[in-house]
Design a protein around this ligand. Structure first.
Ligand SMILES: NC(=O)c1ccc[n+]([C@@H]2O[C@H](COP(=O)([O-])OP(=O)(O)OC[C@H]3O[C@@H](n4cnc5c(N)ncnc54)[C@H](O)[C@@H]3O)[C@@H](O)[C@H]2O)c1
Length: 444
């Protein structure tokens, strides 16, 4: 099969490289010429552990090619995987304009009579049928057969390659048995269970999965917020809940809230999708509200300690929405930064990987540090927004020696309270007792 992947972002690039790694011949197409040039030179435009090495080895093996020429990409492709972005519209619904562009290009440039179009982008129920209609109409019904397959992606940024080769399941939604068998062939070497469904169910599985995980996060954050008020400890509560096999321990880490390019937009899109069929998704609306409020609660707790942020020097550790990725889309850190700037803080940010992207978004509104030492030096207050290992392993006594006043607002519960108790630090975390500097017996 001649495979073309449309879009070389986190999903498209990882998909293309992984398919090449298991022996397929792949062309990756992107409209971003700069990205394609970098890829052609063997450089990954995104940070993802192991990706650049695998990319280069498959380029050397001549199993993967990159192009910004749509005709070259689609002319002879038998199977096209759509992996372009589906950002949110102003009303929260999914913006399908990039998907539509791919459909138009396929219609224009494919010279095949029969084609399989696989949608990996996260799209609302009914979109695959729309893709078929767009291709059919734009090509003046030239194709003898257009097969559509919904094949949602479940990789996590930061461990995208690992997830692709060790996924829990692959979901394939199609109404054609032969095409289902071709998808089995495509993914066979991965040895991952494949679930076959109809197209609509497959589309829904993706949104339901993300909505459920977001719900778990907002749920534990609300429990954490209550823990603070009743004197319980969320670490113990999460462990106690998570050991119940019906619940499981994952996604029970309380914190400043979820971010990234998927959960925020996918939860909103599902609320919108439900609204379109006259169903108000009360539960998911609450999940979104809790998440929006979580960074503000952290700021409120900090405000109670420092009074005002006006002219205060604030260090922010972490801009990426989670560790091991450079993705800063919808990161909780950006919410904190925006709010603190509004309140007059002077902000210095540190992130081991994502600073170059932060500069594009935050410009000169903040200062940038290349080390934690520099970021917290002389700071009045430090916020932790991403649990990078550099932050988790940072010696606590350095907050004491470098900051003007060692006040840490930890949005990721990076440090055990027992360790903090050994230092003269004021420490606010999520769902745990706040430790005040004055209360401490300093053990040096
Ligand atoms: N990032 C994730 O962790 C993740 C996980 C699962 C699913 N998804 C979904 O996968 C899709 C892609 O997400 P992403 O994070 O990889 O996006 P991304 O923004 O990183 O990449 C999208 C790429 O598509 C390219 N593009 C746009 N229009 C194009 C066109 N007409 N033809 C070819 N290329 C085009 C862009 O230039 C960009 O390089 C989204 O629907 C997202 O919701 C993402």
């Amino acid at each position: 099969m001649k495979i073309t992947v449309a879009g070389t972002g986190y999903v498209g690039l990882v998909t293309g490289v992984s398919l090449a790694e298991i022996g397929h011949q792949v062309i990756c197409f992107d409209i971003n010429e700069q990205k394609v040039k970098e890829l052609q030179a063997g450089r990954s435009p995104i940070y993802e552990p192991g990706l650049e090495e695998m990319l280069c080895s498959n380029m050397n093996g001549k199993r993967i090619y990159f192009t910004s020429n749509a005709e070259y990409a689609y002319k002879e492709a038998d199977l096209i995987i759509i992996a372009v972005g589906t950002p949110e519209n102003d009303d929260g619904s999914a913006n399908l304009s990039y998907v539509r562009l791919v459909a138009e290009d396929i219609a224009k440039y494919s010279r095949q009579e029969e084609i399989i179009i696989v949608t990996k982008s996260t799209v609302p129920v009914g979109t695959n049928e729309k893709v078929k209609k767009w291709v059919d109409e734009e090509s003046s019904k030239r194709f003898k057969k257009i097969h559509i397959v919904s094949n949602p992606e479940f990789l996590r940024e930061g461990s995208a390659l690992y997830d692709t080769f060790n996924g829990d399941r692959i979901v394939v939604g199609t109404d054609c048995k032969e095409v289902a068998m071709k998808m089995d062939e495509l993914y066979g070497p991965l040895n991952i269970p494949i679930i076959h469904t109809d197209i609509e169910s497959s589309e829904m599985i993706k949104y339901a999965s993300n909505a459920f995980l977001a719900t778990k996060i907002s749920f534990i954050n609300e429990i954490a917020n209550i823990c603070e008020k009743v004197g319980a400890n969320i670490d113990d509560v999460s462990r106690g809940i998570g050991m119940d096999q019906r619940i499981g321990p994952k996604f029970l880490q309380a914190g400043v809230g979820y971010g990234g390019s998927c959960f925020p937009k996918d939860t909103k899109a599902l609320v919108q999708l439900a609204g379109d069929v006259h169903h108000r998704f009360h539960l998911l609306e609450a999940v979104i509200n809790v998440n929006n409020n979580q960074p503000l609660l952290l700021i409120q707790k900090a405000r109670e300690i420092v009074g005002t942020f006006e002219h205060k020097k604030v260090a922010i550790l972490g801009i990426a929405f989670k560790p091991n990725t450079d993705d800063i889309r919808e990161s909780a850190s950006l919410v904190l930064i925006k709010e603190l700037i509004n309140e007059g803080a002077i902000i210095t940010v540190y992130d081991p990987i994502a600073t170059y992207l932060a500069k594009q978004v935050l410009g000169e509104n903040v200062l940038y540090s290349s080390s934690i030492d520099d970021a917290i030096n002389d700071a009045d207050i430090t916020f932790i927004a991403t649990e990078w290992k550099q932050v988790v392993n940072y010696p606590l006594n350095k907050y004491v020696s470098l900051m003007k006043d060692p006040i840490i607002i930890d949005g990721r519960n990076c440090y055990p309270l027992a360790s903090i108790r050994k230092e003269n630090i004021t420490y606010v975390s999520v769902g745990r007792e706040t430790l005040y500097r004055e209360d401490k017996i300093v053990i040096k």
